[in-house]
Write a protein that binds this ligand. Structure first.
Ligand SMILES: [Zn+2]
Length: 176
């Protein structure tokens, strides 16, 4: 199954009203390694109190991303982001390697909705993100997270870093 993955894909964002709103996605394989901002178009004022708390927690303690990017010009909406992910799959995937490797239930739902072929890596034994992080200790981050984490006391999680760990795991196992 490892051989059927042409790239890894990861995403992180916000949970509002039991829905997931991606804010950053990353794609990694041997030729590509990049992250992209997504505009969630969310407004904190439209949320219930519990969702406001969860969003603030994610921004302050987990990924550091704000609900909407400060520079909306370098940003896709969710449909454009999925088109971009689908286009890369159509251009790059082969019959033998048709799948994005993912490890994220929310992403799984979205890819399913948009008809994008994917393989859930936990189904083939991929360990948790925490264990992958400990095993590989890769420093790769997107420019935004690199700057954010450079002088801060907190280290915020970057989708590109998680995605790169997933790809390292694929590479380590594909000789089997
Ligand atoms: Zn990032």
């Amino acid at each position: 199954m490892f051989h059927q993955v042409f790239a890894c894909l990861d995403v992180q964002g916000f949970y509002v009203n039991n829905d997931f709103y991606p804010r950053e996605f990353a794609i990694v394989n041997e030729c590509k390694s990049g992250a992209q901002n997504i505009d969630t178009r969310l407004n904190i004022k439209d949320m219930c109190y519990e969702d406001q708390l969860t969003c603030r927690f994610l921004t302050n303690n987990f990924h550091g991303l704000t609900l909407r990017p400060k520079d909306p010009t370098d940003c896709l909406n969710i449909y454009e982001a999925m088109q971009c992910i689908l286009k890369y799959q159509q251009e790059t995937a082969t019959e033998k390697k048709p799948y994005y490797g993912i490890k994220n239930d929310m992403l799984k739902r979205i890819l399913h909705e948009f008809g994008i072929p994917h393989l859930c890596l936990e189904s083939i034994g991929c360990p948790s993100h925490k264990i992958l992080e400990q095993s590989f200790n890769q420093k790769l981050e997107c420019d935004w997270h690199k700057n954010k984490n450079l002088n801060g006391c907190k280290q915020y999680i970057c989708a590109l870093r998680k995605c790169n760990n997933l790809w390292k795991w694929i590479e380590e196992n594909s000789w089997i």
